[in-house]
Ligand binder design. Structure first.
Ligand code: ZN
Ligand code: FE
Length: 254
């Protein structure tokens, strides 16, 4: 049985994610704000056991200490970030795996937005929790890492199965889509996605999670290798890394 996923909007535009097994045991990915997470747990009758943290930014950890049953929670995060994360019970690095709610979790280092940013991939349930690395139609701003590093991180997502649900940390899809349209103007899948995003947001819905298939088809930061994008940004002969670097710089200035 795949785990059940609940997307929890927090703060202004953050997402936290709850996953639970049939016994109602739950894990949380990122803790932007406790109240909506506690309310979701109560509504579903789930009992929170474990918290996974993708990176150290306040809008992903701030709610931790006010979560229901805080004293009994097992907290998991990146070994590389242990010095600036809340106290961890288990610290993992790229390539590590562990068991959560009866399922295997694989840890990827996806640094770029921050150094020591990790993603959690659950192959059996087809879920990847990408925090502020791979995002819906975008990727996180580079606060600590280089474009080269973020490009390497994006390539780790690119090889996951198409049906993987990408559970990322923010609702930025509409503004990401406005940028994407400028660098991938002839992409019909992108144009359709932008229309769909506007519809979903007008109804107060979430555009996260998305699928990896959709990201591959429309997210410019997974498409830096496309000749059409390289031409559109004026670098027809660029390497994929050069193309990614320019895309990221253009997005920063957008
Ligand atoms: Zn962040
Ligand atoms: Fe964030």
């Amino acid at each position: 049985m795949p785990l059940t996923l609940a997307t929890v909007p927090c703060l202004e535009d953050n997402y936290a994610f709850l996953i639970a097994n049939d016994a109602g045991e739950a894990a949380l990915v990122d803790a932007p704000e406790a109240a909506p997470i506690n309310a979701e747990l109560e509504k579903r009758g789930w009992s929170l056991k474990t918290v996974l943290l993708t990176h150290h930014h306040w809008d992903h950890v701030e709610g931790l200490d006010s979560l229901t049953g805080r004293d009994d929670l097992t907290v998991i995060g990146a070994k590389a970030d242990e010095h600036r994360l809340p106290t961890l019970d288990h610290a993992y690095s790229d390539g590590d795996s562990f068991t959560l709610l009866g399922e295997e979790v694989q840890v990827f280092d996806v640094s770029g937005h921050t150094l020591g940013h990790i993603a959690f991939y659950l192959p059996a349930s087809g879920l990847v929790f990408s925090g502020d690395s791979l995002m819906a139609l975008g990727c996180g701003r580079l606060f600590e890492g280089s474009p080269e590093l973020m490009h390497d991180s994006m390539n780790k997502f690119a090889t996951l199965p198409e049906t993987t649900l990408v559970c990322s940390g923010h609702e930025y899809t509409a503004s990401n889509g406005r940028f994407a349209a400028t660098v991938d103007p002839d992409n019909k899948a992108l144009a359709l996605r932008n229309i769909e995003t506007a519809k979903i947001r007008a109804q107060g819905g979430f555009t996260v999670p998305s699928t990896l298939a959709l990201e591959r088809a429309t997210n410019p930061f997974l498409r830096a290798n496309e000749p059409s994008i390289k031409s559109a940004i004026g670098l027809p002969n660029a390497t994929d890394k050069e193309s990614f670097t320019k895309l990221r710089a253009m997005k920063d200035a957008f």
